[in-house]
Write a protein of this length. Structure first.
Length: 564
């Protein structure tokens, strides 16, 4: 699979070529009123449909039965100090996940309930609060059978284009082990019992979806306490193997949280886990990479300094060097950020917050939409009859539009999860398909933290970078232009939107001093009349401005970067 990507923005040149400092203050810029909340799960998504992401927090953990709450965005990236909405039911809530489960255009919330009403002697469950047109239902209309679960994730486990629920199961304090589970989505509803289970018992603490073996289907990653971490691969039909296809060489692992990322120039898959040494282990963050495929066993490729009670973890490029950085926290521990090196991370943190809270979950989003930019990925040469597409950027704010061979897909034909970089289609891809995905990312995301220290609220660390660039949005514009890949090595493609047929276009390229270095008239791709291709092998590495002109459009707001 080949993916080309483009920023639809004219950026300051220095922003393109140089990394920045870690762009967060040491103290949070916002802290909610504690209210005795033991905040654990976190989702950043637009619940009320006003176009601004809200904060969803699942409270309780294993300490006190509490509500799911929502802080509505004020419409400018700021939030009230107390929740705008609370569920009427209470539980020992663990982690949660957001997505449009029933495909009605509104974001729903799935939540793990760690233990039952009686405490540790009674198992919990997983449940779903459906969004009823801009507000979550006050009590969940789906509840599973009972089992212990601290975390859940949404993803397409059966390759049919809708969101299923995977749950990590166990109760480590009581050595109660269980099987990993998946509930298949059937027209927006679920059976009370799981449709898929792992063949092996585990001490599951967290779970995520991702295409780890790059075969075009989403796999499952579970991290565990007192058991190996494990990956369950989907085969060429999208069926997930109940037997683990990979297990960590460290047989007794002690973990809390998980995030999947794609590293290096080739985007090889890997995942990070936070070690929590309350029950054992060394309390370090680990990176497992799969640069050479997925073996039966492997050990961590990188270890952090000791954290101790490690908890929330996130992968995001926050210093703008195109490498994923490692963001993590712990219990009674600050938030720390270790810069990425491309295929791994540096050895010591470059940022440490001046806080000491019980960090549980860390997520990123552009809460004020100051630096949201539009990307276009064009995917060609896919694996035949695959369903999952991986986008070129780690944190996806939203999907704007997807087209397949020039036809716009209905949202019912695919599924995705905000902050993840995969899309799963309901109709499998063929090798001759051309997929174009228009989506939004943030160049300067804010960080949100839930704390289960009931004397402290939840935190927002706003990104301190001043937004740069002139945003150019082509959607709905007859003169829209899409250029990819950028940066470019040899060949660059130009796609014009809104006009069904063109005969030729004129291309002019200038260097940054204003000297014209290239002018050409080119014809469209023979199969796609709006697609043009030019060769740039003769240009030296550097940055240039590109102009596109035909009878209807003139556009000079395209900065391209030529690399060797």
């Amino acid at each position: 699979m080949k993916t080309f990507s483009l920023y639809l923005t004219l950026c300051v040149f220095a922003t393109v070529i140089s990394a920045q400092e870690i762009p967060y203050n040491q103290l949070p810029d916002w802290q909610s009123t504690p209210m005795g909340h033991i905040a654990t799960g976190l989702a950043l998504t637009d619940i009320n449909g006003d176009g601004w992401k809200d904060i969803v927090a699942a409270n309780g953990n294993d300490i006190q039965r509490q509500s799911l709450v929502v802080y509505y965005n004020n419409g400018d990236g700021t939030f009230p100090l107390t929740p705008s909405w609370s569920s009427t039911d209470i539980d020992y809530h663990g982690h949660c996940a957001a997505g449009d489960i029933n495909k009605d255009g509104w974001m729903d919330i799935a939540v793990s309930v760690y233990i039952g009403p009686a405490g540790f002697s009674e198992p919990g469950k997983v449940k779903v609060y459906y969004n009823t047109g801009g507000e979550l239902e006050s009590t969940p209309s789906f509840e599973s059978i009972n089992f212990y679960t601290f975390s859940c994730a949404l993803g397409d486990a059966d390759a049919d284009g809708d969101l299923d629920i995977a749950v990590a199961t166990s109760e480590s304090y009581g050595d109660i082990w269980d099987y990993g589970k998946v509930f298949y989505n059937e027209n927006g509803t679920f059976n009370n019992s799981p449709d898929w289970q792992s063949s092996n018992l585990m001490g599951g603490m967290d779970v995520e979806f991702g295409d780890i073996d790059n075969n075009g289907f989403l796999d499952l990653v579970f991290i565990c306490n007192e058991f190996p971490n494990a990956i369950y691969l989907a085969d060429e039909t999208g069926t997930i193997d109940p037997d683990p296809d990979w297990q960590s060489s460290e047989t007794l692992t002690y973990n809390n949280s998980l995030d999947i990322g794609f590293f290096g120039n080739d985007g090889f898959p890997g995942f990070v886990t936070t070690g929590n040494d309350q029950l054992g282990g060394d309390g370090k963050v680990r990176l497992y990479d799969f640069q050479s495929g997925v073996p039966a066993n492997s050990a961590a490729a990188w270890l952090s300094p000791a954290v101790g009670y490690g908890s929330g973890v996130l992968l995001a490029d926050v210093n703008k060097d195109s490498y994923l950085d490692l963001i993590y926290g712990g219990w009674w521990y600050p938030m720390e950020i270790i810069p990425g090196t491309g295929s791994s991370f540096e050895n010591t943190p470059a940022y440490t917050s001046a806080t000491s809270s019980v960090v549980e979950t860390i997520q990123a989003a552009d809460l004020g939409k100051e630096s949201v930019v539009t990307m276009v990925d064009t995917i060609t040469g896919t694996t035949n009859f695959s369903s999952a597409i991986r986008l070129s950027h780690q944190l996806v704010e939203s999907i704007v539009e997807i087209s397949r061979n020039g036809v716009t897909l209905d949202p019912d034909e695919y599924c995705y999860v905000q902050n993840k970089n995969w899309i799963s289609l309901s109709v499998p891809l063929s090798v001759w398909d051309l997929i174009i995905v228009e989506y939004e990312i943030s160049s300067d995301p804010d960080l949100v933290i839930t704390n289960w220290d009931s004397s402290k609220g939840n935190y927002i660390f706003y990104n301190t970078n001043i937004p740069t660039g002139i945003h150019y949005t082509y959607r709905g514009d007859e003169s829209g232009i899409n250029i990819y890949p950028n940066p470019v090595r040899d060949v660059i493609h130009i796609r014009l939107h809104g006009v069904l047929e063109r005969k030729e276009i004129d291309i002019t390229i200038w260097d940054l001093t204003g000297n014209m270095v290239m002018k050409a008239t080119i014809n469209p791709h023979p199969e796609f009349m709006n697609l043009f291709t030019i060769h740039l092998q003769h240009l030296q590495a550097g940055s240039y401005f590109l102009s596109v002109q035909d009878f209807e459009i003139v556009n000079t707001n395209k900065l391209i970067v030529k690399i060797d």
